[in-house]
Design a protein around this ligand. Structure first.
Ligand SMILES: [Cu+2]
Length: 151
């Protein structure tokens, strides 16, 4: 009995971290022509501590890789402001807040769309998070969006 309780207590932090994270409204932008696509999603962190999204994996393997991207303001030599898209290693989500991945802001970049994409109806996205020393993941299954490149 005592051992059981030890096991239970050890498991709790990981389960809670995952249970209180909601990955919602995943939307893929895949156009006919561009090599890369984009992914938009909202991630709510209901935990009392920050979590970090550090990787996204897609099965089946229809993209070369998925990168985490952000837009940052830059100035050109004439002082004119513009936004540049950059890869970032991770995205932190503060406790009790929602991170919105959206057009013009942070987003998922679907690098190198493979022709095999058109052979699948559904994709499984795995969002990998860290919370302190724990890590956990959330799965989202989404339909391959209708797009001209698959016609
Ligand atoms: Cu991008």
């Amino acid at each position: 009995m005592a051992m059981r309780w030890v096991f239970f207590l050890l498991m709790v932090p990981v389960l809670l971290a995952s249970d209180k994270v909601k990955v919602k409204n995943l939307e893929l932008k895949i156009l006919n022509g561009p090599k890369n696509g984009a992914g938009y999603v909202s991630i709510y962190n209901g935990n009392t501590y920050a979590i970090t999204l550090y990787k996204v994996e897609v099965t089946p393997d229809v993209f070369d890789r998925v990168e985490l991207h952000d837009h940052v303001p830059r100035k050109d030599e004439n002082g004119k402001e513009y936004m540049e898209m950059i890869e970032i290693p991770e995205m932190e989500i503060a406790p009790g807040s929602t991170l919105f991945l959206q057009r013009g802001g942070k987003h998922l970049m679907l690098m190198g769309i493979k022709p095999t994409l058109c052979g699948f109806k559904k994709l499984r996205f795995e969002f990998l998070f860290r919370a302190g020393k724990d890590s956990f993941q959330q799965k989202v299954v989404i339909d391959v969006p209708k797009n001209k490149r698959c016609e």
